[in-house]
Write a new protein. Structure first.
Length: 83
């Protein structure tokens, strides 16, 4: 049986890679000041440094908000307001 390719996660993974690289370069820029040369990190370095995980959370949050859905925290605040 052939493996089905999804539509959602391949797109999310690409966005994660871009966001992780962006986060990595922002941090490098802060610590290197004027010596920053725009070095890119490998996928392994991004995973090791926790950039991929952070990027995943940010990308999924952005997708969630673009669909007009509430986060768990927003839903809890709405429920508290109705009590």
């Amino acid at each position: 049986m052939p493996i089905k390719k999804g539509k959602f996660w391949p797109q999310v993974r690409e966005l994660m890679k871009l966001k992780a690289q962006e986060l990595y370069q922002e941090e490098c820029c802060k610590t290197m000041d004027e010596d920053f040369s725009g070095v890119t990190a490998t996928q392994a370095e991004l995973r090791e440094g926790g950039y991929m995980h952070t990027a995943k959370l940010l990308v999924l949050d952005e997708i969630w908000r673009n669909k007009g859905l509430q986060t768990v925290e927003e839903g809890a605040l709405m429920r508290e307001g109705t009590d």
